[in-house]
Design a protein around this ligand. Sequence first.
Ligand SMILES: Cc1cc2nc3c(=O)[nH]c(=O)nc-3n(C[C@H](O)[C@H](O)[C@H](O)COP(=O)(O)O)c2cc1C
Length: 206
Amino acid sequence: MNNFAETHRTVPIHPKILYYGTPVILLTTLNEDLTVNISPISSSWALGDHIILGLGINGKALENLKRMPECVINLPDASQWEQVEGLARLTGKNPVPVEKKGAGFIFEKDKFAHSGFTQAVSTTVQTARIAECPIQIEARVKHIRIPEDSPHFAIVETKSTQVHVHKELVAGEHYIHPSSWNPLIYNFRHYFGLSAELGKSYRSET
Ligand SMILES: Cc1cc2nc3c(=O)[nH]c(=O)nc-3n(C[C@H](O)[C@H](O)[C@H](O)COP(=O)(O)O)c2cc1C
């Protein structure tokens, strides 16, 4: 064993949870009766104007996206964690799927009323935005893939069609002020915000 491996010893484990710290999204999708559902999720990544989402196959979000392939990716900030957690046990699925029932989920039709969030009309999709979320990304679904060897979730590829940002976060015309934006981070099922800035990339223009 070299010196580096000795000072950074590892232990092989099979973690029950592998959510290593990603921003929380409140995904809004359109129900069959054109009301709007909210689904908290944390599995996503963005590259250019494409955002990839990881969605469980038993949730209302995926059912809605298959019927109406558009959504809004609303990003709450760290201060809104309790409102997010207030949605954690709720599903828009009725009846509640057996797997979700076992995990303590209950059906809630109106998650806006339940959480106290407010709907804002979108400009490029029918699904409403969440007015209180500082960043709201309207998007269309381009592709849904369910992995053959792991058919309990779907990889949903979306493309942003319009981004809305609370005014106080906007720097110049085309940037979001990194020091003003404090995303809510889901870190091994605990909620965190960001700590103070450490530095910036050589590519930063702000
Ligand atoms: C903070 C947080 C993060 C979550 N991340 C995901 C996720 O990435 N993907 C997912 O399918 N479910 C995730 N869930 C669970 C969903 O919220 C849950 O499946 C719920 O049923 C979604 O609501 P719906 O059934 O009305 O769509 C997360 C829940 C919480 C509270």
